[in-house]
Write a protein that binds this ligand. Structure first.
Ligand SMILES: *Cc1c(COP(=O)(O)O)cnc(C)c1O
Length: 353
């Protein structure tokens, strides 16, 4: 080994879902929204003055922070914005998880948590979900250096009722508790209402799923002003200009159109519920999803086989080659037409094997 290699930070990176190219494919593998962003976003994009690109963007992201604060009825000083919730959560790990004690997150949850913990050399433990993929709040009563979990959880889609979320926070008031609500708009109740009551709670959400803007990379956190100040101090010590100008402008536009947002959510939820019925008829079972994906296993045919067959037919879903998860497919909810094509294929395929 060359001497300088000893000083290289060694990490096993997170592996995002494929972004395959082509027009005829059906992409149900990364929980993107099948509908376009609010029409106002497109109008603002057309009006955008490219001469503004000469200048640095607003490092404080003032306009977008303000829009989000108004939308959620909190103070501007309670909102932090970052480059997708991945950036926000990475900042939260760096800012809040500096104990010698392990950070806790479920063994089955967003697989990026482990990667950030390793990257930042944060010790962690991963309490197991129960046999039905549920989080048991009692697993989070032990001493720790911080807690984070997605709600609804990924890739299971299960929502942990707010009383149980509060139970976890109540038992962990000496550390920061982060609730990652990437999928909360698809049916759960947000922990945002608990922010008033618990100054150690940070709620993280994103524009990538429910707001159809994964490509713009916008995420945000809401919490006590002291938490937000701490996040900003770390951000300004790392990179002041994380948010680019178009993302800030278009993010503000997206928040303005609540009617469109609600309409899109309603459609996706209706498609999800219809998809549950179809999948059940096809012999699949799954935890009852409150997100925009379904984590399904088939009664007879191994998930990996179905995954390969789908992919060969240009239908992409997510498969995790991981003990405990490797007989499941995570299927994002697309349009009704996309789901119908998926079901038509599955019906034929499952009859043939
Ligand atoms: C998609 C997702 C994120 C990250 O989304 P961004 O695109 O970075 O905002 C974070 N947490 C969970 C659980 C997710 O599924």
């Amino acid at each position: 080994m060359r001497a300088w290699e000893a000083n290289i930070r060694k990490v096993v990176p997170y592996v995002p879902g494929d972004q395959p190219k082509g027009d005829r494919l059906i992409k149900l593998n990364t929980n993107e929204n099948p509908y376009p962003p609010a029409p106002g976003v497109q109008d603002a994009l057309k009006r955008m003055d490219y001469d503004r690109f000469r200048k640095y963007p607003d490092p404080a992201v003032t306009d977008l922070v303000h829009s989000l604060a108004e939308y959620y009825h909190v103070g501007d000083e309670q909102v932090f914005v970052g480059v997708g919730s991945d950036d926000v959560i990475a900042m939260a790990f760096m800012t809040f998880f500096n104990s010698q004690k392990p950070v806790l997150f479920p063994n089955v949850s967003y697989s990026f948590y482990k990667v950030w913990a390793d990257l930042f050399r944060i010790p962690y433990e991963t309490p197991e979900l129960d046999a039905d993929f549920r989080i048991n709040p009692k697993d989070y009563y032990r001493e720790n250096g911080g807690v984070i979990f997605p709600n609804p959880n990924a890739p299971t889609g299960l929502f942990l009722p707010l009383e149980q979320v509060e139970d976890i926070i109540r038992h962990n008031q000496d550390v920061v508790v982060v609730v990652d609500e990437a999928y909360i708009d698809f049916g759960g109740t947000s922990a945002l209402e608990l922010v008033k009551k618990y100054e150690n709670l940070l709620v993280v959400q994103t524009f990538s799923k429910a707001r159809s803007m994964a490509g713009m990379r916008i995420g945000y956190a809401i919490g006590h002003p002291d938490l937000i100040r701490a996040l900003n101090d770390v951000k300004y010590s790392y990179n002041s200009y994380t948010m680019n100008m178009p993302s800030i402008v278009l993010g503000v536009e997206a928040v303005k159109d609540d009617a469109y947002f609600r309409e899109t959510l309603k459609k996706i939820i209706a498609t999800r519920e219809r998809s549950k019925l179809r999948l059940r008829k096809l012999g699949f079972s799954f935890p009852d999803s409150m997100s925009n994906f379904i984590f399904a296993t088939h009664e007879r045919v191994p998930a990996e086989k179905i995954f390969e067959a789908l992919r060969a037919n240009q239908i992409y879903v997510r498969y995790f080659r991981q003990p405990g998860l490797d007989n499941y497919l995570r299927i994002s909810i697309g349009t009704d037409e996309e789901m119908d094509e998926l079901f038509a294929f599955l019906e034929k395929y499952l009859r043939s094997v």
